[in-house]
Design a protein around this ligand. Structure first.
Ligand code: C2G
Length: 133
């Protein structure tokens, strides 16, 4: 059984998130997703997530390609998470390319191309523009 692990905030869930989760799952038999806590997201993005960590976990867990979800408390615990879930593959979007190569000793590390032209920030800005019109 090949376990794949990936991480993210997954705020305002969109097809860019879905595509990397689908592609991650396709690399193994089981996909475990670490969803950033509200505190971790604030420290990474300098803004509150639109949806709470509970809601973001619920949405990600509802996806057919996701087998297990947990709350990612810090970027520094990645090795612990990889070992806890027995992950054979760590997948991240290529905006993180190279950042997690240190884990090559415990799992395969794959960086997949981001889905172009969509981001949580762009979706928020688009909706904000709509409400103004
Ligand atoms: N992503 C993507 N295409 C997009 C947007 C996002 O492939 N258009 C990918 C990102 O590369 C990431 C995942 O979707 O692998 C989740 O993206 P975010 O929710 O923005 O998460 P991020 O802030 O990158 O958090 O421990 C690592 C961090 O928790 C990752």
């Amino acid at each position: 059984m090949t376990t794949v692990i990936t991480f993210g905030t997954f705020d305002v869930l969109h097809v860019g998130h879905l595509r990397i989760l689908e592609r991650s799952r396709a690399l193994g038999d089981r996909l475990v997703v670490g969803v950033s806590s509200d505190a971790l997201n604030l420290s990474k993005k300098n803004r509150q997530a639109v949806f709470s960590e509970d809601e973001r976990c619920e949405l990600v867990a509802s996806l057919r390609v996701v087998d297990e979800v947990f709350v990612e408390e810090s970027l520094e615990q990645k090795r612990e998470y990889i070992l806890r879930f027995g992950a054979d593959v760590l997948v991240m979007g290529d905006d993180w390319a190279g950042r997690f190569d240190e884990f090559n000793d415990v799992c395969r590390v794959e960086y997949l191309p981001r889905t172009p032209s969509i981001s949580t920030t762009a979706v928020i800005e688009h909706i904000s523009g709509m409400s103004a019109s």
